[in-house]
Ligand binder design. Structure first.
Ligand SMILES: Cc1cc2nc3c(=O)[nH]c(=O)nc-3n(C[C@H](O)[C@H](O)[C@H](O)COP(=O)(O)OP(=O)(O)OC[C@H]3O[C@@H](n4cnc5c(N)ncnc54)[C@H](O)[C@@H]3O)c2cc1C
Length: 503
């Protein structure tokens, strides 16, 4: 039996909604199933930081967020490694322009609204109030059972992607393992109105006490986000489905800080832990997982949504290529090969931060050592690169030594093209691979002529010492020609490796 749709995306959170747009840009037909009939309006993440900011810019989504950006140096106000402040502004002076993306104050609810509008505008079928209830796969397709407002129905799709969050039914039903570390910390979260008199005694940054942690973030309109963390083993109330009460939150604040904080009008009460787990494979046949369905972690440094969005930017064009029939062998499997190690590295970094945040004299000694190390610019740069996900590289060079840019993020090159000034970010908006010919001789274009149906070729001038660069749709560099490099064999190899045989 043939499939009804190309791809079913389970879950209309940030990962599922961005994936739907990427699939549409790649020419595939996705259906997004989201069990919530309407958005909750609540935001776990409050700000976008790091590589994901540049990645969203490469799709023209930053301007849609309308959040404006703040200077990159402002990141120093809240950047920390497990509560140890990081002076990012010190690094910015010595870094190339644009190296550090400016933080974007965008709440998750706003990000989701923009992503949903974009997915619908591109023609994605987003079905709210439709819950994925079960699935099975055979050689040709995946059959999903959906509970919708009008009853239960079935859909057959060529592929299914589980973007259905931490408790992913998709992951469980296809038997993808979720190994990792069990919780050691319990974090209480409340968005509440505080008494005027208490505002003066709130700490400005994370406060580490003898028994836990306390953080507040003003959200405007007199509302504050309070996060209070306790180290208990095993954590009590680890069941996140039972919301805490405001009295429990108040008591936790009292236990950790000794302060009795009057709070009222809770608009959100929740709890989370530091459990850190990762799917042992991101693909099982015709089923893939991305975002929180593939990894969960403490939100230290805000890696969750950023990693989720970068997962689907890596996956979207590959899955669309698979569906459209031009994917070279192994392209879809490169999603696991590239994003699983990136997720593993992020989890390891978050676990380290979890330790630095914990109470106790031994940890205090470790923090002192780390603080001293962070006075060295090289160490600071290393840590900030990891925190912002600027260190992610993929193995792409092929045989022999490759240009240092290959496998890394493509910098947003200012370009002089026949039509006027432009930049790489503008060329990336359609999620197509981009071959920049910076020599204005026809050699590179001649070598790539068999791929013009898939690869966008642009002739331009740049001040960088480069003759050509091939950028994948996810913004990573697949090939570079340095000055004097007239060998197009590597270019043809990269084109074939990522975009299939010449047409
Ligand atoms: C307190 C807190 C603060 C955070 N702060 C940050 C931060 O500052 N920066 C950051 O980057 N990240 C942060 N995160 C993490 C971030 O919120 C998550 O990583 C992000 O939401 C992951 O997106 P997702 O789309 O993968 O999953 P989710 O956002 O969980 O979306 C999954 C969606 O799937 C739907 N769904 C589930 N099951 C089904 C089903 N069977 N059928 C249909 N639909 C289904 C759900 O309703 C949901 O809409 C924070 C998290 C917490 C808890």
């Amino acid at each position: 039996m043939s499939a009804d749709v190309d791809v079913v995306v389970a879950g209309g959170g940030p990962a599922g909604l961005l994936l739907a747009s990427e699939l549409r840009l790649g020419g595939a037909e996705p259906v997004v199933l989201e069990r919530l009939p309407a958005p909750t309006g609540l935001s776990k993440a409050l700000v976008l930081v790091g590589r994901v900011v540049q990645a969203l810019d490469y799709r023209g989504l930053l301007e849609r967020l309308g959040a404006g950006s703040v200077p990159a140096a402002a990141y120093s106000r809240f950047a920390h490694l497990g509560g140890i402040p990081l002076d990012v502004s010190r690094l910015i002076e010595s870094a190339p322009p644009g190296y550090f993306p400016a933080p974007v104050p965008a709440r998750q609810a706003r990000v989701e609204a923009v992503l949903e509008a974009r997915a619908r505008e591109l023609g994605a079928d987003v079905r709210r109030g439709h819950e994925l209830a079960g699935l099975s796969q055979d050689q040709d397709a995946v059959t999903v059972e959906v509970r919708g407002p009008q009853g239960t129905y079935r859909l057959r799709a060529r592929y299914l992607v589980g973007c259905d969050g931490a408790h992913s039914l998709v992951r469980k039903q296809v038997g993808i393992g979720f190994p990792g570390t069990a919780p050691t910390q319990l974090h209480w979260l409340g968005e509440v109105t505080l008494a005027e008199a208490d505002l003066g005694r709130l700490p400005q940054r994370i406060e580490r006490t003898a028994t836990g942690l306390f953080t507040t973030v003003p959200l405007g309109g007199g509302v504050h986000r309070i996060v209070v963390s306790e180290w208990t083993q095993p954590p009590e109330h680890a069941d996140r489905d039972i919301p805490p009460t405001i009295e429990e939150l108040r008591a936790a604040v009292r236990r950790v800080t000794g302060i009795d904080l009057a709070m009222r009008q809770p608009r959100w009460l929740s709890r989370f832990t530091d459990a850190a787990r990762q799917a042992d494979r991101y693909r099982a046949g015709r089923v893939l997982v991305a975002g929180d369905a593939a990894h969960i972690q403490l939100p230290a440094g805000g890696p969750g949504m950023s990693t989720a969005l970068q997962d689907v930017l890596n996956l979207g064009w590959k899955l669309a290529a698979q569906v459209k029939g031009w994917a070279p062998p192994g392209l879809l499997d490169s999603y696991h090969a590239e994003r699983h190690p990136a997720g593993q590295r992020m989890l390891s970094f978050v676990r380290a931060q979890g330790v630095l945040l914990s109470p106790g004299e031994h940890v205090t000694a470790l923090r002192e050592l780390m603080s001293e190390l962070l006075t060295h610019e090289q160490t600071l740069r290393y840590v900030v690169d990891r925190l912002l996900g600027l260190d992610v590289r993929y193995a792409m060079g092929g045989a022999g030594p490759a240009h240092p840019l290959v496998g890394g993020w493509a910098p947003d090159l200012p370009l002089r093209a026949p039509g006027g000034h432009t930049r790489l970010a503008t060329l990336m908006r359609g999620a197509r691979p981009v071959l920049l010919d910076l020599t204005a001789d026809s050699r590179l274009r001649a070598a790539a002529v068999g791929w013009t149906d898939r690869v966008q070729t642009t002739v331009a001038r740049s001040d960088e010492p480069l003759e050509g660069i091939l950028v994948r749709p996810d913004g990573y560099v697949a090939w570079v020609a340095a000055p004097g490099d007239h060998n197009t064999v590597r270019l043809r190899h990269a084109l074939q490796q990522w975009f299939g045989v010449a047409g």
